[in-house]
Design a protein around this ligand. Structure first.
Ligand SMILES: *Cc1c(COP(=O)(O)O)cnc(C)c1O
Length: 469
C-alpha cells in the first residue's frame, strides 16, 4: 500500500481501508456520503452571498452532492451470473474465465488473452516468458505505480529509469536510446493515468536495438493510438482489474498478445507449468516448465463480464467529460492540463491530470490547493512520488539472488541512483494534481463545477494562504 503520500483530500486512511480498495493506481476515490444529488448545482454560486467564500474558509462548497460511486454494481444485471457460479460448485477456472478472455481479446482486437491473478503478475509472467531475467536490464519510466518496477525486480532483471515527458507524463522517448546498454533486453512503457505512451517511436527504438516491448496497460483499458488499442502494440500487453481500476473485479489481470507460442508459454506458466497448446508438449507428457499458479476464478470472471458490459459507454463519457473539463481549465493561469500525443484517438482517463503552478496562485502550496479543492467537494490527489530513489531498490540489491547475479559494481546503490536520476519527473511529482476517474462519470454541469471550484480557489488564493491553511 502506498497511501499517505497521496494526501490532500478529505478522507482518512481509515475511510480508504473501509472502502476496501487496495488502490493499484494510488487513486483513492473520495466518495461523499451525501446521497443522491449527483449532477445538481449546489446553488447558483456566484449570486449567493457566501458563494464567493472558499469552502475551506467556511463558504459553501461548489459541489454539495455525491459523485458517481465506484465500483458500480447493478444487482439486476450483474448478480445472476455470480449466483449461478456459486451454486454450480465450479469455482476454479472454467468456461466463464474463457468467455471473459475471448471477450477481452475481441474487444481489443488481439488474437489471445490470458487472465491471471493481477496486473503485477501479468507483467512478471510476460517478462519471464520473453526470456528476461538475472543480468538483464529493462527500461522503465519513474512516473508509474510501484508494481511496474517491482515486476522487473521480481524477474531478477535490473530496472533502468528514463525520465518523464512533463507534458504527457509518459516515458520520454527522446531519452530512451541514451540508456540502452549491451544488457538491455526490453522496454516497459506504461500508459500512465490511462493516457497512451508514444508507442510509434517506442516500437521504432525497440526494433532498432532488437528489444522486447511489454506494455503496462494496467490503467489503459480501451485507450487507442490511431484506432489501435493500447496493449496491442508490443510483444505483450498487461492489464489490471483491481478494485479501483476502470474495469474492476477486485483483483485480476490479463496478458494479451498475437503470438501463439508466447501465449501458450504464459498459459502453461500460469498453471504450474502444465502442458498447454502445441508449443509446450502433449497432454500426458508431464509438467513441462517450472511454472507458478496465477489462475483467475469463475466468480471473478462473472464480475468481470458484468463490468465489461459497461466499459465502452463509460470510456466514452470519460473522454467527453475530460475534453470538456480540459477546455474549461486550459486558460486558468497556473493550471497546465495533460497533453495527448498527436496520434492518440482515445484515452482511458483512469485519472484526470493537470500540473499546478503555485507561483500563479499567489504561492499557495499544492497541498493547500488540494485541501481547498477537496473542501469544494472535488476529490483530488497529489499522485505519485518518484520511484527511482526509494528504499526498495537498495533492498532488492541486498537479496541473495541479486548478490549472486550481479557484480558488486552493478550493485553500488549510490552509483545506481545517480545514473537513474530523473529531474523532470521530480519536478512533475511536485506539481501534479489528479482528479479520480469517477468524477468523469458525472454530468457536463459537474465539469463546470470542478472548473469553477479551481477558479474560486485561484481568486481567493491569497486569503486562503494567509489564513494559515
Ligand atoms: C494497478 C497497476 C499495476 C498492477 O496491477 P495489480 O492488479 O494491482 O497487481 C501495474 N501497473 C500499473 C500502472 C497499475 O496502475
Amino acid at each position: 500500500m502506498e497511501k499517505d503520500k497521496t494526501s490532500g483530500s478529505s478522507y482518512s486512511r481509515r475511510t480508504f481501508l473501509k472502502q476496501g480498495a487496495i488502490m493499484g493506481a494510488g487513486a483513492v476515490v473520495a466518495v461523499h456520503t451525501v446521497p443522491a444529488l449527483a449532477g445538481t448545482l449546489s446553488a447558483p454560486v456566484m449570486t449567493h452571498p457566501e458563494g464567493h467564500v472558499p469552502a475551506i474558509l467556511g463558504g459553501r462548497p461548489v459541489k454539495s452532492g455525491s459523485w458517481p460511486s465506484w465500483p458500480i454494481w447493478n444487482p439486476e444485471t450483474d448478480e445472476q451470473r455470480v449466483i449461478d457460479v456459486l451454486r454450480s460448485g465450479v469455482w476454479s477456472r472454467a468456461h466463464l474465465v474463457e468467455e471473459f478472455e475471448e471477450k477481452w481479446a475481441a474487444t481489443l482486437g488481439v488474437k489471445r488473452c490470458l487472465t491471471v491473478v493481477n496486473g503485477t503478475n501479468a507483467l512478471i509472467a510476460s517478462l519471464v516468458q520473453l526470456g528476461i531475467g538475472g543480468g538483464d536490464e529493462v527500461i522503465v519510466p519513474p512516473y508509474t505505480f510501484i508494481a511496474t518496477v517491482i515486476a522487473v525486480l521480481a524477474t531478477g532483471a535490473m530496472p533502468v529509469f528514463v525520465d518523464t515527458d512533463p507534458e504527457t507524463y509518459q516515458i520520454d522517448v527522446r531519452k530512451i536510446e541514451a540508456k540502452i546498454t549491451p544488457r538491455t533486453r526490453a522496454i516497459l512503457p506504461v500508459h500512465i493515468l490511462g493516457l497512451p505512451a508514444d508507442m510509434t517511436n517506442i516500437l521504432k527504438i525497440a526494433r532498432r536495438h532488437n528489444l522486447a516491448v511489454v506494455e503496462d496497460a494496467c490503467q489503459a483499458w480501451l485507450a487507442e493510438i490511431d484506432g489501435k488499442k493500447a496493449g496491442t502494440f508490443g510483444d505483450a500487453g498487461c492489464f489490471s482489474f483491481q478494485n479501483s481500476k476502470n474495469l474492476p473485479i477486485g483483483e485480476g489481470g490479463a496478458i494479451v498478445s498475437d503470438d501463439d507460442g508466447f501465449m501458450d508459454r504464459c498459459h502453461s506458466y500460469h498453471s504450474y507449468g502444465m502442458p498447454y497448446g502445441t508449443l509446450v508438449g502433449a497432454v500426458g507428457a508431464g509438467t513441462v516448465m517450472a511454472g507458478t499458479k496465477l489462475r483467475l476464478t469463475e466468480y471473478q470472471a462473472a464480475i468481470g463480464l458484468a463490468q465489461l458490459a459497461r466499459l465502452e459507454e463509460q470510456t466514452d463519457l470519460r473522454n467527453k467529460n475530460a475534453a470538456y473539463l480540459k477546455q474549461l481549465i486550459l486558460d486558468i493561469p497556473g493550471i497546465v492540463p495533460y497533453k495527448l500525443y498527436e496520434k492518440v484517438t482515445r484515452a482511458a482517463f483512469h485519472l484526470f491530470p493537470f500540473r499546478y503552478r503555485s507561483a500563479e496562485f499567489n504561492d499557495l502550496p499544492r497541498e493547500t490547493f488540494l485541501k481547498a479543492l477537496s473542501a469544494e467537494g472535488v476529490p483530488c490527489l497529489s499522485g505519485y512520488t518518484p520511484l527511482n530513489n526509494q528504499p526498495y531498490l537498495g533492498h532488492a540489491f541486498q537479496t541473495k539472488n541479486f548478490q549472486k547475479m550481479y557484480s558488486p559494481e552493478s550493485l553500488d546503490i549510490a552509483a545506481y541512483l545517480e545514473r537513474n536520476e530523473c529531474p523532470e519527473n521530480d519536478r512533475l511529482c511536485q506539481e501534479m494534481v489528479w482528479i479520480p476517474q469517477n468524477v468523469l462519470l458525472g454530468s457536463r454541469n459537474d465539469m463546470e463545477l470542478v472548473a469553477h471550484a479551481i477558479e474560486k480557489i485561484r481568486k481567493n488564493a491569497d486569503r486562503i494562504r494567509k489564513n494559515g491553511n
